[in-house]
Ligand binder design. Sequence first.
Ligand code: AMP
Ligand code: MG
Length: 345
Amino acid sequence: MQTLKLTNSKQDIATAGKLLKDGELVAIPTETVYGLAADALNGEAVANIFKAKGRPMDNPLIVHIADLSQVDDLVAFVPPVLEDLAKAFWPGPLTVILEKSDLIPDEVSAGLDTVAIRMPSHPDARAIIKAAGTPLAAPSANTSGMPSPTTAAHVLHDMDGKIAAVVDGGPCEVGVESTVLTLCTRVPRILRPGRVTPEDLFDVLGEVEVDDAVLGQLAEGAVAASPGMKYKHYSPKAEVYIVDGSAEGFAKYVNEKVAERAADEAAVAALVFDGEEDLVNCVTLPFGAEDDSLGQAEHLFDDLRRADELGVSDIYVRCPSAEGVGLAVMNRLLRAAEFRIIEVD
Ligand code: AMP
Ligand code: MG
């Protein structure tokens, strides 16, 4: 299949909308990461998303809408609190989980009786949903397990030849996927952290819980509240290690690793904070200032993909703060690193 490279011109957005209406897959820009979209009400089209990504069929998809009125048909009932959340965070990087209506194909909900819904703020995403004239099911537009795509080039790296088209709307502003909040528990619970923080949600809801799986590792055989939490995820081909400690401790540890691999110049890369480019004796990729979780979220996936392009086998990452949006950064890094954290001085 030839993958069409579309711009965000009016004409190209109309083309993307028509392809989606016809049951094709189109990768679209959103403010979080690029999404691989299909008509959410067309089970056959949605099944093709799983094939293109190599995604396990038991991992449900988020349904993207452009207008609040679209929610009514998709859910069994609208809880009053949704209005408060929508007022505060929609359009934007918050996904809510509600009891689903019969309109939602099983492929979208992966057999659960709930559905995840988000109204993105990216103008191109909104224009494409409107042009398609239907809600769009869209997970991240990467090969399953790889870092999520934050540029059209990342999408093409994984999906060229597998999907009908990609719309290039420039680099994504947030850089990590949406916050996923379930409203199906007694106290609303964050299943996946994102740009909308626990503190932001607390301000609107007055109570919110963070699921244990956000920073923890699921026990073998445990049921994941959000099936996406189960998998090794967001991970480049290289092995990722989080190194927790001071800049000096990090430098000492990584330089030892570099020395061990001295014969192999391209063996090791380090993800460091801005300004630490000369900290270690290997190639460094700065992913944001130490106190700037927003910047770290924006650059993390791009840096992990860049490290893969360098062909390194090991990536050592400075351990970020897990406060605020840092919770999302840490959540993604832990999965990229398969929970390997090395403590240094
Ligand atoms: P994506 O943004 O690519 O990775 O995938 C959507 C995320 O939302 C995954 O982590 C899913 O497991 C999660 N998700 C989608 N629908 C539901 C649902 N009904 N219940 C719980 N989690 C969901
Ligand atoms: Mg994903």
